[in-house]
Design a protein around this ligand. Structure first.
Ligand code: GLU
Length: 294
């Protein structure tokens, strides 16, 4: 198998050290294996994505000495693929339009909480005659999705009686049993964007033949949903490596609020990007910054 990894930034801001850390790991994983490394710009969010961020990302990666193979891909140019997948899921009866605003969801005080905040309470599930002329997103009916897989894979006689289960192989966490139910009825097409992160990333990783998804452990919870979408859509499951994150002095994931300079600022200040990449590879982190798995 030819190893194929990717770095998939969203161009909604400038990259910082945490992105460099992640890009280096995805890049080196492929290079060590003699494989390919793809750069995919995740710009489905038309309101927050900016061409000037894209331009800075390309320059930052070159400055770090990270070369990608082939053309850069842009999710904004692949919307047809996501639409096709949505049509398939809709035809399977697994999607429903949802008209709720964030405020509506927050106001439903009984909403249970999942790994990514309040779980959608299912208000719009089973609406009789939804008015698709009004702004809406499309949600996955999680209960039905899981039931569909159970029906497709009935328990074998003499099996352990636990029913159908999904797994993925994680280079760090080992064999992980996917538990997508705790994510609830996730959004697959947003009100303001033709696909959600969950859908687009799953489709693209499969369509681009990504064999190893190397990304931060902050996206570990999302993989439960991605594994489910792969099963529903008949897509291959790559291996995953959810790597440790860079943390700021307060122990939270490194972000702009820590005041760390962007890669662009370091580049424009004349810093040597390749030397920085070497230091990161050697685990030599700036003062106050630590790497941790959780
Ligand atoms: N576009 C996502 C981000 O910038 C990362 C996608 C991924 O690696 O799966 O956070």
């Amino acid at each position: 198998m030819v190893v194929h990894t990717r770095f998939a930034p969203s161009p909604t801001g400038r990259l910082h050290l945490g992105h460099a850390w992640s890009a280096i790991q995805a890049h080196d994983f492929a290079r060590v294996a003699g494989g390919a490394f793809t750069l995919r710009i995740e710009d489905i969010d038309g309101t927050r994505s900016r061409p000037e961020h894209v331009a800075a990302i390309l320059r930052d990666l070159e400055w770090l000495g990270l070369e990608w193979d082939g053309e850069v891909t842009f999710q904004s140019q692949r919307l047809g693929l996501y639409e096709e997948a949505l049509d398939r899921l809709r035809a399977m009866g697994l999607l429903y339009p949802c008209f709720c605003t964030r405020a509506d969801i927050a106001a439903s005080l009984t909403a249970p909480h999942g790994p990514e905040g309040a779980l959608y309470p299912g208000t719009c599930r089973g609406l009789e005659a939804p008015d698709l002329g009004k702004p809406h997103c499309w949600r996955l009916d999680m209960g039905r999705a899981l039931a569909t897989l159970q029906t497709r894979h009935p328990p074998r006689r003499g099996g352990d009686g636990e029913g159908f289960q999904l797994f993925w192989q994680d280079e760090i966490a080992g064999r992980v049993r996917a538990g997508p139910a705790s994510a609830g009825d996730v959004v697959l097409a947003r009100k303001d964007a033709p696909a959600s992160y969950h859908l687009a990333v799953t489709i693209d990783d499969a369509a681009q033949g990504i064999t190893h998804v190397v990304r931060g452990v902050d996206l570990f919870a999302a993989t439960h949903v991605h594994r489910l979408l792969q099963a529903l859509l008949g897509l291959p499951t790559p291996e995953y490596r959810h790597h440790p994150l860079l943390l700021g002095p307060d122990g939270t994931r490194l972000a702009k609020r820590h005041g760390a300079p962007s890669l662009e600022a370091m580049r424009l200040a004349g810093e040597d990007g390749r030397a920085l990449a070497e230091r990161l590879r050697a685990g030599q982190l700036p003062v106050g910054i630590a790497a941790a798995q959780a």
